[in-house]
Design a protein around this ligand. Structure first.
Ligand code: C2E
Ligand code: CA
Ligand code: CA
Length: 709
């Protein structure tokens, strides 16, 4: 009803109209003949009608057409909407309230409710429920989302392999999973939401599923974690011995989520792995890695006046034990050494196996170097005790290198390196001893390494050569033999003396290849000389370790095509020092080939005389050290005389080495030596030159100006 029309009907009508307008939704009444009888402003607003467009008595069709033109009744044309709507109104005359939803302009949802009042017609209310529906949609959407998340959470909680619990701010259980229940063997009633943490704890304390602790202190600690708001990890040891790892994540609004994991097996496995990674499997001593760590730690705590000292202990000739007695014996020896070392340094240091037959001892705070030396002596003594191998026992010695911080190095690397250098020095001093690091050892070792690598290349390539020094028979002044001497010129360092490279070749085993090469070069050179001239080759004692030495020599002779009688082998006393029957047998076998054997450097050893008895040498070469003042000192001459006399009486040829002057030659000749060798006649020379010397009819021509000898 339009307001102006209502105004025509007096006070009561005004009141009615005010009530009509006050209704918070659209309102209209259709008379039974489908004409509009009454309406309010909300009705106009909801459909977007202007006040002028709507009149009392308008037909339903007119209103629907107008409404459709304004964008309402979406999805249907006015005619079909009118037909459907009027049919609906007609069918709804039973007094029941029916509710419909329709879509109006602006995509709004309208709810219409109809009640048929006989005599009046259809009273219809119209309400815009767009927002209401949106709100309820949202609510149900949110509910669905929560349900989905809860489902996920539930699945997550029950599918993780760890126990999980969630307590609220009052320490009441919100939720937990099956793993949690089984980990602590909780009865079902203690797994229910709402259970107090204290009750669960009490149960666990009773069932030993918790460490024996002060309950109140533990509860307070839990409270602290929850209030702390930060992620916390802890491992608790249960009274039954198992270990449980806990990870607490406090929640924003109070409460805490905790995962529980039994890590007993994992920890023991880890501990085992860690031990394996840091210890030597054979001796169970700490390994090099752990030793280094300890050394580094000790260096960090270096007190004033008390410095870490490092001892590197190496067994002497361990390789020989391993080679001759087998690896099982070698292992027994190493285990034994490890035990003794541990006992010896127990309390004062830290022992480790650095690798092979090398052990390390760290004295974290050696007050004075003496302490290191004392320890070295104690270790040497302990290791020198015989090792029992069942039916027999074995004696060992060791060499020890010592480096003391900070003087001998301030880093673990420097100390270990320098202790190694000191060890090499101890070894070179005859083993069975210890040596402190000294400045300069570095350079020595560096040179040694360079030489070792260079020598290897020289032997494989064309780096070596041989020079020849004549040995002259005094009776007739003829060259009767020539000594072959190895020469090596290092590409960078120049000529290296045999006194330097022969020991290196011996220590590295390169001597076998080097010796065979010299032997080949010497015999091949000799093949070009007259038959009466022999060739002398030096043999190292190490070469006797090759059981096929005889074969090597036979092959050289055969290849050069010279008779065994032309070859002289020079050996030194040190070969007989070991007094092994194997060496004597080999010497005998060589002799059997028809080769002559000479004892070189006679008189320089300790028991030269006794060795003369051990093997029937063909020749003794009196060391050149006896020649020095033989012409000026009567004592020296007396010794020379004795040695020559000894040789003679044993029917051995005597050679005086190192004859440099005419005076020396005169003495040697007068005392009756058989042969001489020395710079007076010639230094060692190249193959061509020696061949020329031998060829020369008069030696005087070859030995420039030394006519008449
Ligand atoms: P050696 O066997 O006693 O050789 C003699 C050494 O004395 C040679 O030194 C030679 O040059 C030197 N010499 C000779 N006459 C005189 C002299 O009148 N006065 C002085 N002061 N020295 C003289 P070289 O060649 O340096 O060899 C030194 C040592 O190296 C040799 O001593 C020998 O033991 C060893 N050596 C050299 N070549 C070989 C080799 O092919 N095999 C083995 N195993 N050892 C070798
Ligand atoms: Ca010699
Ligand atoms: Ca000699």
């Amino acid at each position: 009803m339009r307001p102006e029309e209502n105004a025509e009907r007096g006070g009561e009508a005004l009141l009615f109209d005010a009530a009509l307008q006050a209704i918070p939704f659209g309102f209209c009444v259709w008379a039974p003949d489908f004409t509009l009888v009454m309406w309010n402003q909300h009705y106009l607003d909801i459909y977007g009608f202007s006040a002028k467009a709507i009149r009392r008595g308008m037909s339903l069709y007119e209103v629907v057409a107008l409404s459709s033109a304004l964008g309402n009744h979406q999805g249907t044309d006015p005619k079909s909407f009118y037909e459907a709507y009027s049919a609906e109104l007609l069918s709804n005359r039973g007094g029941m309230r029916t509710v419909n939803l329709e879509i109006a302009a602006g995509n709004r949802t309208l709810e219409t409710a109809h009640i048929y009042a006989p005599g009046l017609g259809w009273v219809v209310t119209h309400e815009d429920v767009t927002e209401e529906i949106a709100r309820s949609d949202m609510a149900s959407e949110r509910k669905r989302e929560l349900e989905r998340q809860y489902g996920l959470l539930d699945a997550a909680i029950n599918n993780i392999s760890q126990g999980l619990s969630m307590f609220d701010a009052d320490f009441r259980l919100m939720t937990c999973n099956a793993e949690f229940i089984s980990l602590y063997e909780l009865p079902p009633e203690l797994a229910r939401p709402g259970t107090a943490f204290g009750d669960i704890l009490d149960f666990r304390l009773k069932s030993k599923k918790h460490a024996l602790i002060d309950r109140e202190a533990y509860m307070a600690e839990r409270r602290r974690i929850m209030d702390g708001g930060k992620f916390v990890r802890e491992v608790i040891k249960m009274a039954d011995g198992s270990l449980v790892s806990l990870r607490h994540q406090p929640l924003k609004g109070g409460g805490v989520v905790t995962t529980h994991e039994d890590i007993t097996d994992q920890l023991t496995a880890e501990a085992r792995m860690h031990h394996m990674a840091t210890h030597d499997a054979l001796t169970d001593l700490p390994n090099r890695g752990l030793f280094r760590e300890e050394l580094e730690a000790a260096l960090k705590h270096d007190d004033k006046g008390r410095h870490p000292a490092l001892l590197v202990v190496n067994l002497d000739h361990f390789k020989a034990i391993n080679d001759s007695d087998g690896h099982a014996t070698g292992d027994t020896v190493l285990r034994n050494v490890a035990e003794r070392l541990t006992e010896t340094v127990d309390g004062r240091g830290f022992a480790a196996r650095l690798g092979g037959d090398e052990f390390g001892v760290l004295l974290p705070t050696a007050a004075v170097p003496h302490e290191a030396a004392d320890t070295a002596r104690v270790i040497a003594k302990a290791l020198a005790e015989p090792i029992s191998l069942g039916d027999r026992s074995l004696r060992l010695t060791c060499s020890i290198g010592i480096a003391v911080a900070p003087g001998d190095g301030q880093t673990a690397d420097a100390l270990m390196n320098n202790a190694d250098l000191a060890l090499l020095k101890a070894k070179s001093e005859g083993r069975g001893t210890y040596h402190f690091y000294e400045a300069g050892m570095d350079a020595t070792l560096q040179r040694r390494r360079t030489l070792e690598a260079g020598l290897r290349e020289a032997i494989e390539g064309e780096g070596l050569s041989v020079v020849f020094q004549p040995i002259v028979e005094l009776d007739g002044n003829r060259i009767v033999a020539v000594e072959a001497l190895a020469r090596w010129e290092h590409p960078e360092l120049g000529p290296i003396a045999p006194a330097e490279f022969i020991p290196i070749a011996e220590e590295t085993g390169l001597i076998h290849a080097l010796g065979a090469w010299v032997l080949g070069a010497a015999t091949q050179a000799a093949a070009l000389w007259p038959n009466r001239v022999g060739v002398a080759v030096n043999l190292s004692p190490i070469q006797f370790k090759n059981p096929d030495l005889v074969g090597v020599i036979e092959a050289a002779l055969a290849e050069a095509g010279i008779g065994a009688g032309r070859l002289e082998l020079e050996i030194t006393e040190s070969l007989l020092l070991e007094n092994s029957s194997a060496n004597l047998d080999l010497l005998g076998a060589l002799r059997g080939l028809g080769v002559r054997i000479a004892m070189d450097d006679f008189g320089t050893g300790y028991s030269s005389l006794s060795y003369l008895r051990a093997f029937p040498f063909d020749k003794i070469k009196i060391d050149r050290s006896f020649m020095t003042d033989v012409a000026t000192k009567s004592e020296s001459r007396a010794i020379l005389r004795a040695m020559i006399g000894l040789g003679k009486s044993l029917s051995m040829t005597t050679v005086a080495e190192g004859v440099e002057t005419e005076d020396q030659l005169a003495v040697v000749r007068a005392e009756g030596a058989t042969q001489v060798q020395g710079y007076y006649f010639s230094p060692p020379v190249g193959a061509e030159k020696i061949a020329a010397m031998i060829e020369a009819r008069h030696y005087g021509e070859a030995f420039k100006g030394r006519d008449g000898w």
